[in-house]
Design a protein around this ligand. Structure first.
Ligand code: V47
Ligand code: SF4
Length: 399
């Protein structure tokens, strides 16, 4: 099957096996796949076939648009009371000398550093420590908002919230309301890992459960707010665990509509307690993006997070259901470089991101966190291109 095969031509192929044809017909008619069909796709379908279906869904939802934003991360600490086996980043409190613990002032200094930069989002997530409690975070978020009200705060996961609400003796409902009132605009997708208890108990047994993760997002959505969702794949889970995870997300999305983006996170095996588990292949990464795109029929966006998967694979993923590649990052996250990603200093300028998207025939769109369009870069010529293409009468953008 060639990369230009469309769903139409695929359906005309007489050699296509009946079960695969039935699924392709369903996708063509925008009918939902059952969990058994999802598992079947993971087990039986080849990459070419999955790419055709996933690309069809992607283009139905987003056309050629490929989104990115300008963001930076703050990771308050890499010390953590939890002991997730896949985590290369965290250190236990007894290893304090190997870690960092930012004060609120140090984190505000990071925010001030971007004062004259056109960033639209700060993504805050890190380890869990007793001193980073509910009053600490409420104060931090209020101070960031007071300084730069238009900066979107995407902060903390149910893992942190479960811990700090319990410590403060507040219910999830009351805690989430306090967080929303303090300035948090949306929740990132982290901490989801694999919801199924059979796997979660083995890899992340001491933090919040899958049910608790889902419940907190549900409460957040009921407040009218948006969030993302992730899945850590490619370790000890099997395909039915992945489909169970996707199915739980699809059910919650039917109920609330509050999820914006699904972000598969590939397990990276450097320097953690699961280092003996080999990483899955790039083909498997692309198959996973594609099945996620096909299965999550009620999610608007699928994101390839390039600091984790590398910019080359993120670029390939744009033909396998992905329509978002996160942001410029500016070398402000350590989670993936410490776990063995190819991207040791993750930072991409806007021209680099735009060219990466344009060179595979997609339309680069800078968005804010809620997917409002900031700028369509399809026809923009950058200053560095201008020396070679000066005859083109197109706007020149300085980054
Ligand atoms: O929850 C930790 C994962 C997550 C490893 O919402 C690992 O826009 C692979 O959730 N191999 C945090 N993954 C990052 C995250 C995220 C990233 C980008 C964008 C968004 C968003 C959210 O990182 C953790 C965990 O699942 N993680 N260690 C590892 N060795
Ligand atoms: Fe702590 Fe998060 Fe690492 Fe788990 S994944 S050990 S909760 S920093």
């Amino acid at each position: 099957m060639s990369s230009t095969t469309t769903l139409d031509t695929l359906l005309k192929d007489p050699s296509l096996a009946k079960p695969l044809r039935d699924i392709a017909e369903k996708v063509a008619h925008q009918q939902r796949l059952s969990p058994a069909e999802g598992i079947f796709l993971f087990e039986e379908a080849d990459l070419g076939y999955l790419g055709v279906l996933a690309n069809f869904v992607r283009e139905q939802k987003q056309g050629g648009n490929t989104y990115f934003n300008r963001n930076f991360h703050i990771e308050p600490t890499n010390l953590c009371v939890y002991t997730c086996k896949f985590c290369s980043y965290s250190r236990l409190i007894k290893q304090r000398h190997e870690g960092w613990e930012y004060t609120a002032e140090q984190m505000l200094d990071i925010v001030y550093k971007y004062d004259n930069e056109p960033v639209t989002e700060v993504h805050i997530v890190g380890g869990v420590l007793p001193q980073y409690d509910l009053p600490f975070y409420v104060d931090l978020f209020k101070r960031i908002k007071a300084h730069r009200p238009e900066l979107h705060i995407k902060a903390l996961t149910p893992v942190e919230y479960h811990y700090i609400f319990k410590k403060a003796k507040v219910s999830y409902e009351d805690g989430m309301k306090m967080i929303a009132d303090s300035g948090v605009d949306s929740l990132p997708g982290g901490g989801a890992e694999i919801f199924h208890p059979e796997i979660r108990e083995q890899i992340a047994g001491d933090k919040c459960t899958g049910e608790q993760w889902l419940r907190m997002h549900e409460i957040w959505h009921e407040l009218g707010r948006k969030s993302n969702a992730t899945m850590l794949y490619g370790h000890i889970e099997n395909y039915s665990h992945r489909i169970h995870h996707l199915d739980e997300l699809r059910k919650l999305q039917d109920k609330t509509g509050g999820f914006q983006t699904f972000i598969p996170l590939k397990f990276r095996n450097q320097d953690n307690e699961m280092s003996h588990i080999p990483e899955v292949s790039t083909i498997e990464d692309l198959r996973n993006y594609a099945v996620s795109r096909i299965y999550l029929d009620n999610f608007g966006h699928i994101k390839a997070y390039w600091p984790m998967i590398s910019r080359n694979v993120a670029q390939m993923a744009l033909s396998f259901g992905v329509d978002d590649i996160d942001g410029t990052i500016d070398d402000t996250t350590k989670i993936y470089s410490m776990a063995g990603s190819e991207e040791q200093n993750p930072a991409m300028s806007t021209p680099e991101l735009v060219k990466l998207i344009r060179s595979v025939g997609r339309r680069p769109i800078e968005r804010d966190t809620l997917y409002n369009v900031i700028q369509d870069y399809s026809d923009v010529v950058f200053e560095e291109d201008h020396q070679f293409r000066g005859y083109l009468d197109l706007p020149v953008v300085n980054n």
